[in-house]
Design a protein. Structure first.
Lengths: 293, 360
């Protein structure tokens, strides 16, 4: 069904969409175009001369083992963040879906972390797990773990994943809860009468019926892990120690703003844009089409 | 094969609301029991308590000689057909039916035999690989039936299984369900708000109202001797005409009607005639509306105050609307004045509060 409004003036509809168009043009298309142009340019160290180098920035990137390492790292981070955040959120949602007293209260409490800004999340976890100040670090050491994320790259990575996943749990929880509540109760009752125990009921009925939600959240979480973890990384590790927590987005920042290599940074941005387009495409293709089961 | 016995079963919700106020029902082995009542009367709640989907807060439910109050739904050996069918939307028709058997660890070969047999009986064989969303309402309903019968449970529970179907299909499925139940001879409890469904399906009819049983019995017995005015007006379509007896003269005229405050007359027990049978009731009516159904005609007449002196003899009843059934298509014209007469033995007499039948 198509809804059509009839306008008397030919200009009015354009005037109405103009503000939105202006915002998109100024804050997205213009910088995006700048990035594309910049990615074909090479500047000297002092920014005095600029030359057009075609795809040299891109070729340099793909030859650079550090860039390749960042790609692998980013995908590993995204996967770890998405899986841990999704599974924990699902567990919480399944528990919160049960008819218990005070469920509205803890549903609300579980949603709160989503309101916390990523850098604040970073600071929070840094303090809790700081090698010399952190509360949790004391317990970890007491348990015999040589905990020092400032020096140990793997530990730093774990820390980022932990904080980023924690931040995203609320969002996932919200969608999972809505998804669970949209499953007809009678279907679950039918499964109970059909002799399926709670665990089997979950894996054979509830989980498959949640699959559209799971797929949607998976895409959303990967996008989140790719792009929105900047604040967390910046406050917690600044990409370090070494390059252990430098994701593609953080590398754009360090290479461009800190390293001054604007051409390479722009090329990296363009690659990231392509990734976003692909992810959004996947999402539209499978989620918007309402593929269910 | 099992009896189902409910012994003073109660359900009180945490808020204090009493949904079921002590129900005693005994369903014999292989019998088809129908719970009927208006919405909110507790019939579905009672069925869900038998299924184990609602807790029992008082009394006992006994299935096949075993009290099941604390038994999980899966272990009660029952199968249920839900109003919205509750099919597993992500599973094929075959898997929908096989699911309950797989959960019980049955061998795949045996499952195949049973599902294919059920599909054959229900004419679902060509659709075994389809998903529920690719089926029509009637087909979904049959899958839900199939899921119940492959399990070969002790008891079938039906929760308004036909209410989502169109009228024609509903009648066809009603007959199918009855035939299937006779053939399988499985004890069944069936919930409906449709009195016609209830009348046609039941071996034992349980009429419920406000969380209580109004009457239990054979459908025809209930139709012929409703125990309360609620049952009288609920069972039968169009409903029984219920009229309060206004004066003491009337109660004395209707012999043997001690304590009667309400008289009920079924629309089909009236005859439009000039003669009055002795001991019967005659009503003077002005025809307000006529409904032609084909095989029969319903005459809606009103009894106006000014007409009573002329027509009401010997029963003097207060003004109101009266429905009279006339066989065939011949009936009076709108606006015509008629005399509707009911013989003495067709009168139903109740106490003034309608809670008790006093005669005949």
């Amino acid at each position: 069904m198509q809804k059509q409004a009839i306008f008397q003036s030919k200009l009015l509809p354009y005037a109405l969409v103009a503000p939105q168009l202006a915002i998109v043009l100024i804050f997205f298309y213009w910088p995006a175009a700048q990035a594309v142009i910049q990615s074909f340019l090479l500047q000297d160290a002092f920014g005095l001369s600029t030359s057009f180098v075609w795809f040299e920035n891109y070729l340099e990137l793909f030859k650079d083992p550090a860039y390749f390492a960042a790609i692998v790292r980013t995908f590993a981070f995204s996967f770890a963040i998405a899986v841990s955040s999704l599974s924990f959120a699902l567990l919480l949602a399944v528990m919160a879906d049960k008819p218990l007293r005070g469920s509205t209260l803890y549903r609300t409490l579980l949603i709160w972390p989503y309101a916390v800004a990523p850098p604040v999340v970073g600071v929070l976890w840094v303090f809790m797990l700081h090698p010399s100040l952190g509360v949790l670090s004391r317990y970890l050491r007491a348990m015999g773990v040589d905990w020092n994320p400032l020096l140990d790259g793997d530990q730093a990575a774990a820390l980022i994943i932990l904080a980023a996943a924690w931040k995203q749990i609320s969002y996932n929880f919200l969608f999972f809860l809505a998804g669970l509540q949209s499953i007809p109760k009678s279907v679950i009752e039918a499964a109970a009468i059909d002799g399926a125990r709670p665990m089997r009921r979950f894996w054979t009925v509830i989980f498959p019926l949640l699959s559209p939600t799971i797929f949607f959240l998976l895409v959303i979480n990967i996008v989140y892990a790719f792009f929105d973890t900047f604040g967390i990384i910046d406050t917690m590790t600044r990409g370090g120690p070494g390059k252990a927590t430098e994701t593609l987005v953080y590398k754009v920042y360090t290479d461009g703003l800190l390293g001054g290599n604007l051409g390479s940074s722009a090329a990296q941005s363009v690659i990231l844009m392509v990734i976003v387009v692909v992810l959004t495409g996947i999402q539209f293709r499978f989620v918007e089409r309402k593929v269910t089961y | 094969m099992a009896n189902v016995t409910l012994r003073s079963v109660r359900k009180t919700y945490p808020g204090g609301f009493e949904a079921i106020k002590g129900v005693d029902v005994d369903v014999g082995d292989g019998q088809f029991c129908v719970l009927v009542g208006p919405s909110g009367c507790g019939k579905s709640t009672l069925l869900r308590m038998v299924a184990g989907l609602e807790t029992i807060t008082g009394g006992e439910i006994d299935i096949g000689g075993r009290v099941v109050n604390q038994v999980e739904p899966a272990d009660r050996d029952i199968a249920m057909v839900f109003q919205n069918y509750a099919l597993y939307p992500h599973m094929s028709v075959y898997n929908n039916m096989a699911y309950g058997l797989r959960n019980r660890g049955m061998a795949e070969a045996e499952i195949r035999t049973r599902v294919e047999e059920a599909a054959r009986v229900l004419e679902l064989s060509p659709m075994l690989e389809r998903k529920p969303r690719q089926l029509s309402g009637g087909q979904r309903q049959r899958v839900a039936m199939g899921r119940a019968i492959v399990r070969q449970p002790k008891v079938f529970l039906f929760d308004e299984p036909l209410s989502n179907l169109d009228a024609k299909l509903r009648i066809a499925m009603r007959v199918e369900i009855r035939k299937l139940q006779r053939r399988l001879n499985t004890t069944s409890i069936y919930v409906t708000h449709d009195q016609l469904e209830a009348m046609t399906l039941a071996d034992i009819l349980v009429v419920m109202n406000g969380g209580q049983v109004e009457q239990i019995g054979n459908p025809l017995d209930i139709y012929q001797k409703p125990a309360t005015t609620f049952v009288a007006s609920f069972i039968g379509a169009p409903p029984m005409n219920l009229m309060p007896l206004r004066s003491d003269e009337l109660t004395s005229q209707i012999a043997g009607a001690d304590g009667a405050g309400i008289v009920g007359i079924r629309p089909e027990d009236f005859v439009i005639t000039g003669e009055t049978a002795s001991g019967g009731v005659a009503l003077g009516l002005t025809v307000e509306a006529i409904e032609h159904v084909g095989a029969e005609t319903f005459v809606y007449g009103s009894r106006r105050r000014e007409e009573q002196g002329v027509a009401a003899n010997p029963g003097e009843l207060p003004p109101g609307e009266v429905i009279v059934r006339v066989p065939g298509t011949t009936g009076p014209a709108i606006g015509e004045r008629i005399r509707a007469v009911a013989p003495r033995d067709k009168l139903h007499l109740f106490t003034a509060d309608g809670r008790k039948r006093v005669g005949p």
